[in-house]
Write a protein that binds this ligand. Structure first.
Ligand SMILES: [Zn+2]
Length: 151
C-alpha cells in the first residue's frame, strides 16, 4: 500500500490514547525503536512524514521534527513540531548555495528556499544576492561537444 495522506498513515496506527497520542503500528527499525515507512520511493521516519503530510511541506535533512509528547511511537501531527536549530546557518555547503541560487533563478521564492534549506530569510537573501558566498561560481554549462553527434 502506498501512503500519500495523513489518514493512510493514521490507519496503520492505534486509535488515540489517553494523551491523544496516535501510536504507530507499522514497521520499525533498530529493535523497535524507530518507526519507519516507505513513501515516494524512500524510507522515512514516520513522524517526519506525518509532519510533512500534515503541513504539506518537504523537510530538508537539516530540519528535525520532534515530539512535544515525548512518545517515541507517536505520529499525531499536533504533537509534532519542527525544531529550528539556530546553528543550521553554518551547515550550508557550497553545493547548497549553488542549488539555492539555481532554484531562485528558476522562480522559487527566497522564503521557500530559506524554509527548505533550514536557514533564516536574511541568510538566504544575502547568499542569493551574493553578499555572502560571493566567490562561488555556478557549475559550468554542459558542453555541447559531449552530446552524441547524429551523423
Ligand atoms: Zn503524542
Amino acid at each position: 500500500m502506498t501512503i500519500t495522506t495523513l489518514e493512510q498513515l493514521y490507519a496503520r496506527a492505534l486509535p488515540p490514547n489517553e494523551n491523544g497520542c496516535i501510536e504507530w503500528q507499522g514497521s520499525f527499525v533498530n529493535e523497535g525503536k524507530y518507526p519507519i515507512v516507505a513513501f515516494d520511493g524512500e524510507v522515512h521516519k514516520v513522524h517526519r512524514l506525518a509532519y510533512m503530510l500534515a503541513h504539506n511541506v518537504t523537510l530538508s535533512m537539516r530540519q528535525d521534527v520532534r515530539r512535544t509528547c515525548k512518545n517515541n511511537t507517536c505520529i499525531k501531527a499536533e504533537h509534532l513540531v519542527m525544531s529550528m536549530d539556530a546553528n543550521t546557518n553554518a551547515k550550508l555547503t557550497e553545493h547548497d548555495v549553488l542549488e539555492a541560487r539555481r532554484r531562485y533563478a528558476a522562480g522559487e521564492s527566497a522564503y521557500a528556499l530559506a524554509k527548505y534549506f533550514g536557514v533564516g530569510g536574511t541568510t538566504m537573501r544575502k547568499l542569493l544576492a551574493r553578499i555572502t558566498w560571493h566567490y562561488l561560481k555556478p557549475d559550468p554549462e554542459p558542453e555541447l561537444e559531449r552530446r552524441p553527434k547524429s551523423e
